[in-house]
Design a protein. Structure first.
Length: 737
């Protein structure tokens, strides 16, 4: 039997003041802005016991309502009003679950929004979000969208599902949480089952799905051209060239003006060559070489003079500025410039006179620059080499232009050695290449090694880029306000937290990195690590992780140097056929060589930001095409087993990279049924709560290929065995799971 509590005498009750009740209630709403309180909840939370105190709670609620500090959200339920909550504006980054993150400039962590608070928000929308839960140490802040400020105009790729009275597009992207309703009048001739490009036109509150219209019909799913166009469309990249731009390019005369030739430095009598990949169609750089009477060697780095043909404000320049870069998919190049320019007028083909913008250097036998010259030239290339052909000359010392190639390679070796002495970092990850049949089907995956012929070209391109940036960027003695607006390629210092994680991780493989190394010492440490892992099973994994510690290189008018190359000044001057920043650099350099004053910094910074964004988008599309071809390559290998390594760990599973092909797939967390695994982000691992078992980066495993999803570019693996590096023993998964 419960003992009755003695009621306090009225005279001894400690009555709460009006001010204390009001402050308690206000604090409750501010602390948990998303929580809904009834008056009864508030009476309990404030400890109000007497009738007067309870009446005071009701009075405070009415006052807060009147001043719009709180709002009624359901019958008898109140919460902090949107106007009083902390709000931010940002861009939506959707996840496959329908939840999303709002990326806010200046915030350390993105704001998480649960799918129940998503409303009719789509990926890329600009929204106002109110904070509902503050960030904690390991967690993002949470919020809810209170206003859609601007809908994204992004288009989506999907497959049309058509019935007699309506149609839907099932969108491929995992960042699109629903199908799109298409009125039959907006089909644009698309047929059931075709892959299409769709734009959302409206999403009223009364509709479960957004409505849209077909923008373009891409073709039949699985067809190579359809899928490559779909990848380009997915990343908002063009897959056709405007006819009016091509027509404008066709009007440009091919003949070189005699007056223009006379105004340029003439290199037609000096031995000149190009070295490019075997399948290259545009040759935008060439090297000339001659020995000088003083024993030094003059090397000309000759770059296609695109800006002679393409002028600011014309239709070709506007298209190039918008594209900002050529895009390289597995089976094709989508050029920044029309083919007449990229593969014709500006391509430095052998035995054709071409206009160039050149950087010419006098180098002594130690590859030290004694003199330099920049300006417009005319050249005549004597020979086009592929990388393999040039490599054969380097290795044998025989063949066409063997003296020139041997001398250039000797200088390149010394330039490279000096660069690494000064703190340049070497990252040489193998690139996946494919042998494709006539229909684009991958027959073989292989990896091309970067040899001395590649390095020869690389070193002289780096030299030209560095020296052009130094010429413009260095302060000029005796000149006031000597700083001139320029386009730099910059690379910031690495993230210290990521470096600490890298040091910890590589210790698992027996490698050491000094914890106090910075600057050149750190670069030397990383280079030593890259040398030690070369050729080892863990090379690709450690190289990938090391690259992730680095900042992203970008274009900007504010120079901070290039950490990875250890250059105080660096730009992109050497590829104007395929990069718009190089065209900007050519124009600025020509302007300053002619004595021009500093150009508009804000204008060029906007172009730099656009070029950086487009570069990322093009790289993402290239990776998507590689993933697609890798999944396609594995279609006939279902149920086969392969050895691999854990290359990534996430809260939804582990990624496995196959040892022989570097193809990556995922083992889903839901398929690891022996335990409940949690994701340890700091240590790159999954950890079993009951067994303590750990799956971490670098672990050797054996997998079976379960599914190959071309639409999602995704491979699903099942774990069949684990592999111990020390004992060289594979343990069947049945013994451990």
């Amino acid at each position: 039997m419960t003992k009755n509590k003695k009621k306090p005498s009225k005279g001894k009750v400690k009555t709460k003041t009006s001010g204390s009740i009001a402050s308690l209630i206000s604090e409750l709403f501010r602390t948990l802005p998303d929580k809904r309180y009834s008056v009864k909840n508030l009476i309990t939370a404030t400890g109000a016991m007497t009738r007067d105190e309870k009446d005071e709670v009701r009075s405070v609620v009415r006052s807060l309502l009147d001043e719009r500090t709180i709002e009624l959200v359901a019958e008898g339920k109140y919460r902090l009003s949107n106007a009083k909550r902390e709000t931010f504006e940002g861009i939506v980054d959707m996840t496959s679950s329908g939840a999303f993150y709002v990326k806010v400039e200046g915030l350390d962590k993105d704001i998480y929004v649960n799918s129940r608070h998503a409303g009719h928000v789509l990926h890329g929308d600009r929204v106002k979000v109110a904070i509902t839960r503050k960030a904690k140490k390991e967690m993002n802040p949470e919020g809810e969208v209170i206003e859609i400020l601007e809908h994204s105009d992004k288009k989506y790729v999907g497959v049309l599902e058509l019935s007699d009275s309506f149609a839907f597009v099932k969108v491929d992207s995992r960042k699109f949480p629903t199908d799109v309703f298409i009125p039959l009048r907006d089909l644009k001739g698309a047929k059931d089952g075709q892959k299409v490009l769709v734009r959302v036109t409206e999403w009223p509150d009364t509709m479960k799905n957004p409505a849209g219209e077909i923008v373009d019909v891409l073709g039949t799913p699985g067809d190579n051209n359809t899928e490559m166009h779909a990848i380009l469309a997915e990343y908002d990249l063009p897959y056709t060239y405007p006819k009016e731009v091509e027509q404008e390019a066709d009007k440009i005369p091919a003949e070189l003006s005699a007056d223009e030739i006379a105004a340029r430095r003439d290199f037609r009598g000096i031995t000149t060559l190009t070295i490019d990949p075997a399948d290259a169609k545009d040759f935008d750089d060439a090297l000339s070489m001659r020995r000088l009477p003083n024993g030094n060697i003059e090397v000309g780095v000759h770059i296609a003079d695109v800006t002679y043909y393409v002028h600011p404000g014309d239709i070709i320049d506007a298209e190039a500025e918008n594209r900002a870069t050529s895009v390289y998919l597995v089976d094709r190049t989508i050029p920044m410039l029309p083919e007449r320019l990229s593969n014709g007028l500006c391509s430095l083909r052998p035995n054709e006179e071409k206009f160039c913008f050149s950087a010419v250097f006098e180098l002594n036998e130690e590859a030290e620059v004694q003199n330099e010259w920049f300006g417009r030239t005319v050249i005549l290339s004597d020979r086009r080499f592929t990388y393999d052909e040039a490599q054969q000359v380097i290795e044998s010392g025989q063949g066409d232009l063997s003296d020139e190639i041997t001398a250039l390679n000797a200088l390149a070796r010394k330039l490279r050695a000096a660069r690494f002495r000064n703190g340049s970092i070497s990252f040489e990850r193998e690139e996946a290449k494919f042998d494709l049949d006539e229909n684009g089907k991958p027959l073989r995956v292989y990896f091309k090694e970067m040899k001395e012929a590649n390095q020869l070209i690389e070193e002289f391109m780096l030299l030209a880029n560095r020296k052009v940036a130094e010429f413009v960027g260095r302060k000029r003695q005796g000149v006031q306000n000597s700083e001139r607006t320029f386009v730099y390629r910059v690379h910031d210092k690495p993230n210290s937290d990521k470096l600490a994680q890298l040091r910890s991780f590589v210790m698992r493989f027996g490698y050491q990195m000094k914890s106090d190394a910075v600057g050149k010492a750190l670069a030397k440490d990383i280079n030593k690590l890259m040398t030690n892992v070369h050729g080892k099973q863990e090379e690709n994994l450690i190289s990938t992780l090391a690259i992730r510690t680095m900042a992203k290189a970008t274009y900007t008018t504010t120079n901070i140097g290039h950490y990875g190359l250890a250059f105080d000044y660096y730009t992109h001057f050497t590829s104007p056929i395929r990069r718009y920043p190089d065209m900007m650099v050519h124009r600025l350099l020509a302007h300053y060589l002619a004595g021009g004053k500093s150009e508009d910094k804000e204008y060029y910074e906007r172009l730099c930001e656009h070029s950086s964004a487009m570069e990322i988008r093009a790289a993402d599309a290239e990776r998507a095409s590689i993933k697609y071809k890798m999944v396609e390559f594995m279609l006939d290998k279902l149920d086969q087993e392969f050895d691999g390594h854990i290359s990534g760990v996430t809260e939804w599973g582990i990624y496995i990279e196959l040892d022989d092909t570097k193809i990556e797939g995922m083992v889903s967390l839901r398929d690891l049924t022996d335990d409940y695994y949690t994701f340890d982000e700091e240590n790159y691992c999954l950890r079993g709560e009951r067994t303590g078992r750990i799956f971490t980066l670098g672990d050797g495993v054996r997998i079976r290929v379960m599914r190959a999803d071309l639409a999602r570019k995704q491979l699903d693996f099942a774990l069949t065995a684990t592999y111990d590096f020390d004992t060289k023993k594979a343990t069947p998964v049945q013994e451990t799971l």
